[in-house]
Design a protein around this ligand. Structure first.
Ligand SMILES: O=C(O)[C@H]1NCC[C@@H]1O
Length: 406
């Protein structure tokens, strides 16, 4: 224990709680956080500055983390916390940067916020209302995309979360911004399964961030996801779609929010398959999605992508308010159906500034479970020149090419 204790006690330590939501890893730093100030959007911007961003890189990149790792930096002071609209704020972090929304991290962070009684970490913890009847606690989280309203199953002591029941959250309004748009794939970026076709038909929807949604069959995989043998190859396919949307003005126009002057662009591509998945007693249907976000495949069924897919189904008249659907990931299907997210549209709303199909949207409720997997203290020794801001092995060839000869 001597080395364990001395490393844990080092001056440069960052303490983290590690969890996973349906396999999607979530790291929650609870000490050593950057001192960001201002509104949540201002903090979001500041966090990108190298002196602050090195904390994110140190805990999420290699050798301490990996490409698929997500997390949440709790923000005790935001404008919504000051006005009493939120209990606490969060900045979602991942190995590639920062995101507006992360459903799987929200589910994990919410359990942690019920379990912690440490007022240094969560000053408003004692103000949360525990409902003895339903054995749940309500939590309001100020996220970069807006206010999330969360219900956490709680044990009868009111002080700890119940891992045997689903956490759920009501997200910011989700909407379909484009149904059946044709994306013409440049000749050099076409994939084998596309055959002689030159374009694919995709949907674009918002669930806290924008997703392009396309069926595996439309991409040319006749038997759906089962026909996908090489996930590395699939990146080329989804990146061709994503890049074409971003660089084609009339397609990028589908990724605007009225609150933002610039397009937000497509955060991820969801390759869906309605022919596989597993039902649950309380759902009317299911589907499976392989979610390509940033430089990683989502291990979880993707909370923001669940909102986007429900908005699409609702816009097509395929889903009723309150109707539950199970959203599976590759992992939940491979795990005998354990760990889907269950989503349902709960309220139809107007989307400010929305056009056409995007003028109406839905508030989506997403349910899922998160579990603790560890509590870690990371350290940085002064002599260590490699791990200060971490690295991504796949980016090293490009980094070497851009260096001057020494
Ligand atoms: O659950 C989600 O919303 C996220 N999972 C990784 C990428 C998405 O942001």
């Amino acid at each position: 224990m001597d080395v364990f204790n001395s490393v844990s006690a080092s001056a440069s330590q960052i303490k983290c709680i590690d969890m996973h939501t349906s396999g999607g890893p979530v790291r929650i730093p609870i000490s050593g956080l950057p001192n960001l100030i201002g509104t949540l959007q201002e903090q979001f911007k500041q966090a990108h500055e190298p002196e602050y961003d090195q904390i994110r890189k140190r805990i999420l990149l290699e050798p301490r983390g990996h490409d698929g790792l997500y997390g949440g930096m709790l923000r005790k002071d935001t404008e919504f916390v000051q006005s009493g609209e939120a209990d606490i704020g969060v900045l979602y972090i991942h190995a590639g940067g920062y995101s507006l929304m992360c459903g799987h991290a929200t589910l994990a962070i919410s359990r942690f916020l019920i379990d912690t009684q440490d007022l240094e970490v969560f000053p408003n913890r004692e103000k949360l209302k525990f409902d003895k009847e339903s054995l749940t606690t309500e939590l309001r989280l100020h996220a970069p995309c807006g206010l999330l309203r969360i219900t956490v199953p709680t044990m009868s002591d009111g002080k700890s979360s119940d891992p045997n029941r689903d956490v759920s959250f009501l997200s910011v309004p989700s909407f379909a911004s484009a149904l059946n748009v044709e994306v013409t794939i440049p000749p050099t970026r076409r994939w084998k399964e596309l055959g002689t076709r030159t374009s694919v038909t995709v949907d674009i929807a918002y669930g806290g961030s924008f997703f392009a949604v396309v069926s595996a069959q439309e991409l040319g995989f006749a038997n759906g996801i089962k026909d996908i043998h090489d996930l590395d190859e699939m990146w080329k396919t989804v990146n061709a779609i994503k890049d074409t949307i971003s660089t084609t003005a009339e397609l990028a126009a589908y990724t605007y929010l009225s609150t933002s002057p610039d397009p937000l662009l497509v955060n991820g591509v969801i390759v869906r398959d309605e022919t596989i998945g597993c039902a649950r007693e309380d759902v009317t249907g299911f589907e499976t999605g392989v979610i390509f976000v940033g430089s990683a495949i989502d291990r979880s069924p993707c909370g923001s992508g669940t909102g986007a897919r429900i908005a699409l189904a609702y816009a097509r008249g395929q889903r009723k308010l309150g109707e539950k659907w199970a959203y599976h990931s590759l992992l939940s299907v491979a795990s005998d159906g354990h760990g889907p997210f269950v989503g349902s549209p709960v309220e139809e709303v107007e989307i400010p500034g929305g056009k056409g199909v995007g003028s109406r949207g839905v508030v989506v409720k997403t349910e899922g479970r998160a579990y603790y997997i560890g509590a870690t203290t990371f350290t940085l020794e002064k002599a260590d020149r490699i791990s200060t801001i971490g690295f991504k092995i796949m980016e090293l060839p490009a980094a070497i090419r851009s260096k001057k000869a020494v």
